[in-house]
Write a protein that binds this ligand. Structure first.
Ligand code: ADP
Ligand code: MG
Length: 729
């Protein structure tokens, strides 16, 4: 009998919900562990406080002179919360977060008393051992050192007994080695470009902030069960396992009552989030069994990205207390839905206006249409970059694999707005008569708020959908750092708005058009040029694939193909011209992501080979031996008659042999192909080899193993089964 699996099941089934501490009301504890405005006012001198505020609000550099005072204040605040260590908290290109803890505690070399110290220099800059982080060749060509530098726009926070200081991570020569640096640059250029355009409509606008509200999907699995599966432990997903009889077909999990163990976990997690100032708001069951979603109130994008990274970390830590393991993988289980991380995105002015929200007057609606249509234009121009920004080995299981959403990037805007665009397209060129203008403003632009009120026809298959007052980028994977998608989206939008501004200004200056006329004229051209990207139908249908091909839209189903767009001239141009990344930085990311792809598939291949040979085959042989004993026994008792009596057993024996040799043979072939792929010098060639030659063996091996799972005595099967993983709670 397979003791490990049954021990794990026994443990999992005997768990009780873990009690959760009851904290004061959320509004009272929100941000208590964050060095926020309130804490800063209490612990900083007025001069330092003003300097930090100016850095946050206007991006003003903080005078080094004040750094000591700020560090001192931060340390005192942190120590009042029992903190002993500090760390620069950053997001290297591994996709996770990194931290190295240093104690405040120091002894004086001269023999003075030991003290707790935190100097300004330690706050502002550190030099972590950078050689162990991916750099895509950046540091080989330049200088081997890397620096972390304080990002005052994302507040420091306390987690456990550590003061965490959000930082950027750059090379000695200033190249970004992390996700945050390009993001901050992109946010700065979208601010500049969008502010200029917003000022067509309101001269009071001085700043535009890109907002992000992510929705994190995940699976929760009992930790004992998760540990019983070598594949979950090492790859975050199941590489084998026959689908259970019950999956999600009854649709009884979605929005159903949350199981009590999970509910306690969620409550505990929410407490932590409140203390850390992460404004989580909704929690519910997702479509698949044991799948859930957590979403916050949207925030400024840099903060929202940090909060998502932090949350993923906190989720795993809190899960340990509740004997759960969180699976962030995009497709942990075959046959049930995978997980994504929708990125809800919009632009907000410092005058409190959401630029993607229709207003009450024709003028504010013209503003809405301007930003709305420019977004469509930006995505249409750079659909391949959009696809590339969400490409990863794990997200390949969603995009292009008949799972939400497809690999083709298109935009859903709903029937009503489609009609509005059609009407706008009919606007005549050049100057408008007073009647035309009134008509346009009252009948087309003026009625937008009403039509949007009943804009309920949401399309779940669209990778990029307009949902009333924001766009929702749904192709982002659940494991992803949102920075990748957000850097790309804000950069292409900044570029687009810059071009738009130039075109409008030219029409005003050279064409003698009024501002509104000029805007209408440019928008009308955009509407004509972007028809290809708009799609309201079923994104999963074969008809759409054919249609999209006709329209010239890309359809890259795998990461190596999709990533290629990152190093196209168009990509270099947009990132370079917007000063978000130079060629070296863009290329470095391409290399790192290809490498990551190769490593992920390589690890999956190894783990699969291992469990196929060390779990599946030995188990199948054991069961086969039982059958052989049985057949021998029947022969002993019944003599030649046994042929008829043991007929079924003999068929099963043969089938088992067939599957065993198929597994053996295919594992062997897969290993050979891995060897060949590993020997390839060229990174792209290796990625393609892993994608097109190695990976197809996964399905073949799985097929035979899953067949064996159905035949072999349940008591002997060592790998915890789908029904146990998905329905134990
Ligand atoms: P739905 O659940 O139907 O997708 P919601 O209105 O509940 O729509 O919003 C979903 C997500 O969108 C939330 O995470 C929310 O924070 C985010 N969101 C709402 N408004 C904005 C905005 N202006 N900018 C960015 N994100 C937003
Ligand atoms: Mg949503």
């Amino acid at each position: 009998m397979s003791t490990f699996r049954f021990e794990a099941l026994k443990t999992a089934n005997s768990r009780k919900p873990v009690e959760v501490e009851v904290l004061p009301r959320k509004s009272q504890i929100f941000g208590e562990n964050v060095f926020n405005d309130k804490a800063m006012r209490q612990f900083l001198t007025p001069e330092s406080y003003k300097a930090v505020r100016a850095a946050i609000d206007q991006g003003v550099k903080i005078d080094r002179r004040l750094a000591d005072n700020i560090a001192q204040g931060m340390k005192d605040w942190a120590m009042s919360k029992g903190v002993t260590h500090y760390t620069h908290w950053f997001q290297p290109l591994t996709g996770t977060t990194a931290e190295k803890h240093d104690a405040f505690f120091e002894t004086d070399f001269e023999g003075g008393d030991p003290v707790e110290k935190f100097a300004g220099t330690q706050l502002v800059q550190q030099e972590p051992d950078a050689s162990s982080f991916p750099n895509g060749g950046i540091r080989n060509t330049f200088e081997a050192r890397g620096y972390t530098a304080w990002d005052p726009t994302s507040p420091a926070f306390v987690f456990g007994t550590t003061l965490c200081i959000p930082t950027v991570f750059v090379s000695y020569t200033g190249e970004a080695l992390d996700n945050k640096t390009p993001l901050l640059r992109a946010l700065s250029v979208i601010d500049t470009a969008a502010t200029e355009v917003a000022r067509y409509f309101d001269k009071n606008v001085k700043k535009v902030t890109a907002t992000l509200g992510w929705e994190q999907e995940f699976f929760l699995i009992d930790s004992a069960l998760a540990s019983s599966r070598p594949d979950i432990l090492q790859t975050g997903r199941t590489l084998l396992g026959h689908v259970s009889a019950k999956g999600q077909q009854l649709e009884d999990h979605y929005f159903g009552s949350i199981p009590s163990r999970v509910l306690n976990y969620m409550r505990d997690l929410e407490n932590e989030c409140m203390l850390l100032g992460i404004p989580v708001k909704t929690r519910h069951n997702e479509v698949a069994p044991n799948q859930f979603e957590l979403a916050p109130i949207f925030e400024e994008t840099n903060l929202a990205v940090d909060h998502n990274s932090l949350l993923m970390d906190v989720m795993q830590k809190v899960a340990e207390r509740h004997y759960f393991k969180v699976l962030f993988h995009e497709k942990p289980f075959k046959g049930v839905n995978g997980s994504g991380k929708h990125n809800n995105w919009s632009l907000a002015t410092d005058t409190g206006v959401n630029l993607l929200s229709p207003g009450k007057t024709p003028m504010s609606n013209l503003q809405f249409l301007t930003f709305f249509i420019n977004t469509i234009k930006a995505v249409s121009e750079h659909e391949e970059l959009m696809r590339a920004s969400v490409a990863s080995a794990s997200n390949d299981h969603r995009l292009g694999a008949n799972e939400a959403p497809p690999a083709i990037i298109s935009i859903f805007i709903g029937q009503q707005l489609t009609k509005v665009l059609e009407e706008l397209e009919g606007v005549s060129t050049g100057k408008l008569s007073p009647e035309e203008k009134t008509d346009l403003k009252l009948n087309v632009v003026g009625k937008i708020p009403d039509v949007l009120l009943d804009n309920t026809d949401r399309n779940r298959t669209s990778p990029f959908a307009f949902t009333g007052n924001k766009f929702e980028f749904r192709a982002v994977g659940s494991t992803a750092n949102c920075a990748n998608a957000m850097t790309m989206l804000n950069t292409i939008m900044a570029k687009q708005l810059t071009v738009f501004k130039q075109q409008v200004d030219t029409l005003i200056e050279k064409g003698g058009l009024k501002k509104d006329e000029a805007i209408f004229n440019v928008l009308r051209e955009y509407i004509k040029e972007t028809k290809n990207i708009l799609f309201e139908g079923d994104g999963y249908s074969e008809a759409w694939e054919k249609e999209a091909e006709k329209r010239g839209l890309s359809n890259y189903k795998t990461t190596p193909e999709a990533l290629k767009a990152k190093i196209s001239e168009k990509s270099y141009e947009v990132f370079e011209s917007m000063n978000v990344m130079n060629r070296t930085e863009v290329h470095a990311r391409y290399e790192i992501e290809l490498e990551d792809y190769i490593k992920k598939i390589q690890i999956e291949g190894r783990v699969l080979g291992d469990i196929a040979r060390n779990h599946v085959i030995p188990t199948a042989l054991r069961y086969q031996n039982l059958l052989i004993e049985n057949v021998k026994g029947l022969k002993e008792i019944f003599g030649e008659e046994f042929q008829e009596i043991a007929k079924e057993q003999i068929i099963i024996l043969k089938k088992i042999s067939g599957h065993i040799s198929a597994i053996n043979e295919n594992v062997h072939l897969m290993i050979n192909e891995r060897k060949k792929a590993n020997a390839l010098e060229d990174l792209e060639a290796a990625a393609y080899a892993y994608c097109n030659v190695v990976k197809p063996y996964f399905d073949i091996i799985r097929h035979h193993s899953d067949k064996l799972e159905l035949m072999v005595d349940n008591e002997l099967w060592t790998l915890t089964k789908y029904r146990e993983l998905l329905f134990t709670r």
